[in-house]
Design a protein. Structure first.
Length: 399
């Protein structure tokens, strides 16, 4: 039997190998061969090294035996395992040991390998191993830095199991850093929801070079009538496309029936589906607001704590490194840009002879515009609408 790592190599030597691997000076295969460990063990060591630095502890590592658990940690885990096996409805029997490891780290600041929790579940009689599922294969490509490409999509799922039916989670992911820059849960996705997610991303980070989306009708041509957000194919330009065009952002569509081309964001949905429904059920979340709070907690952990499988970096750290080397592609919002004009729903209206336009069965005065001229009604649902003529605001009404 192979000796334990701390008996085969010095702590200094192990740290040196991890530094070289993290700095992309040696490959994953080379690092595993030098340390004499498997791939999963390599990334655990990398995680511990990032946490502990030069003081990496190899001997008597925490959480290597079930009977060495602190009592409060073991009590928490047994409670969670019992809930999954005997009490949960939606999450019944769906064990996610990586999530439980994250919860232990957040609650107790105590690291446990997911396989350690798995062994505890088996030993306690809550979990019976089954053959593993085959992983999906996704198409991969790389960008040069944050803001060069944002992947944007929505996933319909039972995100909040205590609410009847399914909800939509709209998500935007930076391709380079893998940071999940924005996300919301809504009852039913609309063009307005997608616009609001894009607006939050732009206001927080700046204007990206391009967006990568699928061929959903929200991102293609359709006509959206009277603020009712009914999507239908037609001759009008999609509201989401129009917003990006006004910002000078390129919109890239996947090929038809090529969802795998958006592999990075699809993988993120898989990650979120394994966590959010369970946490919502466990914490008895019963509304969209509570589900959104859970979502933000999970996004924060993903961005600031989790080492990505492909980049071998924490998304936030990878983002910061790109900033430090000048590889940032977000543009600042120009001074004087009319944010409300861009991030609103646009509808053409004909100016009548009496200087009014029609909206929701009522007449609204818009000044001394030429009768028959086409004006643009810009709606911010539930707040106000503005009327523009040749990009000049001629009226504004609060709802």
């Amino acid at each position: 039997m192979k000796k334990q790592l701390h008996k085969r190599m010095s702590q200094e030597a192990v740290v040196g190998v991890l530094k070289a691997f993290h700095g992309h000076k040696i490959s994953e295969k080379q690092a595993c061969e030098i340390l004499g460990v498997g791939r999963s063990r390599l990334y655990v060591l990398q995680y511990l090294w990032l946490q502990q630095g030069e003081n990496l502890q190899l001997e008597k590592e925490r959480g290597t035996r079930e009977d060495s658990f602190p009592p409060d940690v073991k009590e928490f885990l047994l409670s969670e395992l019992k809930f999954i096996r005997k009490e949960a409805e939606y999450s019944h029997g769906k064990f996610n040991f990586a999530l439980l490891s994250e919860e232990v780290d957040k609650r107790f600041n105590y690291f446990l390998y997911r396989n350690t929790i798995r062994r505890l579940a088996i030993k306690s009689g809550y979990y019976k191993p089954v053959p593993g599922k085959k992983r999906r294969v996704y198409r991969r490509f790389e960008m040069a830095g944050p803001g060069m490409l944002l992947q944007h999509d929505a996933s319909i799922h039972r995100w909040i199991p205590t609410i009847p039916g399914k909800q939509s989670l709209i998500l935007t992911k930076d391709d380079y850093s893998r940071e999940l820059v924005e996300g919301i849960i809504v009852p039913v996705e609309t063009s307005w929801d997608h616009i609001m997610v894009a607006k939050e991303a732009v206001l927080r980070y700046g204007i990206p070079v391009a967006y990568y989306v699928d061929n959903h009708t929200i991102f293609n041509k359709y006509t959206d009538h009277n603020g009712a957000y009914i999507r239908r194919v037609g001759d009008g330009e999609a509201q989401f496309n129009r917003v990006l065009t006004m910002l000078g952002v390129n919109l890239i569509h996947t090929g038809i029936r090529e969802a795998q081309a958006k592999g990075k964001v699809e993988k993120s949905f898989d990650y979120l589906q394994r966590r959010i429904p369970y946490l919502c059920e466990r914490k008895k979340i019963k509304d969209i607001k509570g589900g959104s709070e859970i979502l933000q907690e999970v996004l924060d952990h993903y961005n600031t704590k989790r080492i990505h499988e492909e980049t071998h970096e924490i998304p936030e750290e990878r983002w910061k490194r790109a900033v430090s080397t000048g590889d940032m592609y977000f543009r600042e919002i120009p001074d004087g840009m009319d944010i409300d004009f861009i991030f609103s729903l646009h509808y053409p209206r004909v100016v009548r002879k009496d200087g009014t336009i029609s909206y929701k069965g009522k007449s609204w005065k818009v000044g001394n515009e030429t009768p028959g001229k086409i004006a643009t009604l810009c709606l911010i649902p539930g707040v106000k609408f503005m009327v523009y003529s040749s990009n000049r605001k001629i009226a504004e009404y609060f709802l």
